[in-house]
Design a protein around this ligand. Structure first.
Ligand code: AN0
Ligand code: CP
Length: 317
């Protein structure tokens, strides 16, 4: 594997999950693989899990790791060509990227949607510049439209915890006070569509995702109806995708907040969220703290998904 930016880069998902479970049994079996190899992690946005789990995964493989927060200590970067750089940004991404590539063997990048231009966001402008100009394999640590390390960890978590061979997985929108990207829901849908699960998406009118990601998923606007018989409830907020509301909050209806009464409609479903989560906006205290909450094992699997990805890239260097 060269780059990891979407579900197709990982190939057969059954094989990927099997490899993840093998790595999880002995995460130090491949410490020689990353010897004298350096992982550089670039963050344009904040992170707790991605930062720690990806660094841990690299260390498990014997790699050296370096972490750089753009905007906090590095020079502010201009990203557009043709700009007369007389403002507050002293360096251009088009020099910064190849320079960063000089110091490492693999680059991880976190760069969220900016909601300034749907076209820029959905063409993955920043991520693709890293792929084109760094000269190194690139791992998405959440880009504008996808968060594949998260979705892979989510898949591993479902495979570990499913109680029926073909579970009903319901991804539900939930309210949030800030505009959040569609990357996590897009990506989760993209991965779920590659499984044989019964996958349903529910959200208020106006929160339709890009049809490219919705794929063959069932869309049900009635949240209660969608939750009936669910084995997994995957909650997430996202801002509107469809024009003219791209990037906007158009609904804050707290009846969508996942509470015990919502979970009572399900088949004793297990609750998932990628974290960070705002309690009592997305999910109530009782549900997230309850015995059917998977949020901590889900976060723990971020180390495993990252390790499989880095292992495969190292094997192909
Ligand atoms: C980000 C998002 O929704 O994409 C990161 C989630 C992993 N969440 C926030 O910015 C709160
Ligand atoms: N789930 C996730 O990616 O969390 P962070 O934003 O803290 O990395």
């Amino acid at each position: 594997m060269r780059n990891f930016t979407n579900v197709h880069d990982i190939g057969d998902l059954k094989a990927a999950v099997a490899e993840a479970l093998e790595v999880k049994k002995d995460r130090y079996a491949y410490t020689a693989l990353g010897r004298n190899k350096t992982m550089l992690m670039i963050f344009f946005n904040s992170s707790l899990r991605t930062r720690l789990s990806t660094q841990k995964a690299a260390m498990n493989l014997g790699m050296n790791t370096m972490v750089l927060d753009i905007n906090q200590g590095a020079w502010k970067l201009e990203t557009e060509r043709g700009v007369i750089m007389d403002g507050d940004k002293p360096e251009h991404l088009l020099e910064a990227i190849p320079v960063m590539g000089c110091y490492c063997d693999i680059i991880g990048v976190r760069s969220f949607a900016r909601f300034e231009s749907k076209e820029d966001d959905y063409s993955e402008k920043i991520l693709n510049q890293f792929i084109d100009y760094s000269g190194r394999p690139v791992v998405s640590m959440e880009a504008a439209t996808r968060h594949p390390l998260q979705s892979f960890a989510d898949l591993i978590t479902i495979e570990e915890h499913k109680e029926t061979p073909r579970p009903k997985v319901v991804m539900t929108w939930a309210p949030h006070p800030r505009s959040l990207p569609q990357a996590v829901p897009n990506s989760f849908a993209e991965w779920m569509n590659e499984t044989d699960y019964d996958f349903v998406i529910t959200h208020p009118e106006g929160y339709e995702l890009d049809p490219k990601f919705v794929g063959k998923a069932k869309v049900e606007y009635d949240q209660k109806k969608a939750l009936e018989g669910a084995d997994f409830v995957y909650a997430k907020n996202w801002a509107a995708y469809t024009d003219p509301n791209y990037g906007k909050i158009i609904n804050t209806d707290r009846s969508w907040t996942v509470g015990v009464e919502h979970m009572a409609l399900t088949n004793n479903a297990q609750f998932m969220h990628c974290l960070p989560v705002r309690r009592n906006m997305i999910v109530t205290d009782d549900v997230i703290e309850g015995p059917r909450s998977l949020v901590i094992p889900e976060a723990a699997n971020r180390e495993i998904s990252a390790q499989v990805v880095l292992k495969r890239i190292l094997e192909s260097l």
